[in-house]
Ligand binder design. Structure first.
Ligand SMILES: N[C@@H](CCC(=O)N[C@@H](CS)C(=O)NCC(=O)O)C(=O)O
Length: 344
């Protein structure tokens, strides 16, 4: 394969290859230039994908851009940007202040998702010191992520339970863009989107880290958390809310996604090693909700034979005191999901 290479100013003589086309490549290329990185494969898709190892996370999406740094592949553009920022400290891409970082991450994520008519993120008024409020519902798996993270960090907070059929003016004020829970309000400043909130918590309170120290492992943690939301969750929701042929056709997709997780968990107690971290928290909902969905749909997703690693992970995850203490009632969840699911 012929690749046209341009050598930019180099600090550490590392090999950075970028597989990319057109617009998708532009953001990465800009950031590479800003950071003065070494080798950029210009404007060309590194085809065939065999140029990546088969266990590379890139093969899940089969998409560009991907970045290969010293032989280690990273995919998903926002994950790559965080990696670039973690590795090369010159010309920072993210602001220093955790709240401004959260806002930058929120809008970057928003830019990747559907557009909205409003473009304000809520008031920035703040008066009291270190006051934490979590807007959530009793059943939301996204809300639970925040509760787990705050408790793992040993932080005190107040919970505001929302009725999503009648959203409070405060929720609409704090998250005018998505109008969704969870929202974390820290000293009057609102942050939404659960993965953005987790990063904010991690940036603000250093104790009991949720992300690994090594930049490549951080990128992998972010990659898998994003995979959980973009792929696994969507495939499960599709099966939950369809029926008949459509539902049957959706099942292999869930299984395929679970297989990726199974592979990734091989030889590990948790994604983060010995203790739970960012990816475990992102995947956490599966440990009780998949069982509930199995009961409601009559479809079996997880068994110990097919997915021994995931089964073991679920067991270990549920055993962590902070996790155990916060599960919503399983019976209540079954009733809730039964009411939502289309009759067969
Ligand atoms: N991507 C969001 C998803 C949050 C979400 O979907 N929240 C649901 C409750 S589980 C919600 O607030 N729904 C209200 C609505 O869609 O109007 C996150 O990670 O925080």
């Amino acid at each position: 394969m012929r690749q046209q290479r341009r050598f930019l100013q180099s600090c550490r003589r590392e090999v950075v290859e970028v597989g990319m086309v057109a617009a998708a490549a532009v953001a990465i290329a800009w950031k590479e230039e800003m950071k003065g990185a070494v080798v950029v494969v210009e404007g060309k898709l590194l085809t065939p994908m065999e140029s990546l190892t088969t266990d590379s996370p890139s093969v899940i999406y089969k998409k560009i851009p991907f970045l290969v740094h010293n032989g280690k592949p990273i995919s998903e553009s926002l994950v790559i940007l965080e990696y670039i920022e973690d590795i090369w400290k010159q010309n920072p891409l993210l602001p220093e202040h955790p709240y401004e970082r959260a806002i930058a991450r929120f809008w970057a994520k928003f830019g990747d998702e559907e557009s909205s008519t409003t473009n304000t993120i809520g008031p920035k008024k703040t008066t009291m010191a270190d006051e934490l409020k979590v807007f959530r519902t009793w059943s939301s798996p996204f809300g639970l992520r925040i509760i787990w993270a705050l408790q793992l960090k040993g932080l005190d907070y107040e919970t505001i339970f929302e009725d999503l059929s009648q959203k409070s003016p405060l929720l609409l004020q704090y998250n005018p863009t998505y109008k969704k829970i969870p929202v974390l309000v820290h000293n009057g400043k609102p942050i939404s989107e659960s993965l953005v909130i987790l990063e904010y918590i991690e940036d603000t309170w250093k104790q009991n880290p949720l992300l690994p120290e090594d930049p490549y492992e951080r990128a992998m943690a972010r990659f898998w958390a994003k995979f959980v939301d973009d792929k696994l969750l969507k495939s499960v929701i599709n099966v939950l809310f369809t029926k008949g042929k459509e539902q049957e056709e959706g099942i292999p997709k869930v299984m395929e996604n679970l297989k990726y997780i199974e592979e990734e968990l091989k030889g590990k107690k948790f994604f983060g090693g010995a203790t739970i971290g960012f990816t475990d928290i992102a995947l956490g909902w599966t440990a009780n909700l998949l069982g509930v969905i199995e009961e409601v749909t009559g479809i079996k997703f997880i068994d110990a034979q097919k997915f021994p690693q995931i089964s073991e992970w679920m067991h270990n995850f549920c055993d962590v005191p902070v996790i155990k203490a916060n599960w919503p009632s399983r019976d209540k969840l079954v009733t809730k999901y039964q009411a939502h699911v289309a009759p067969k």
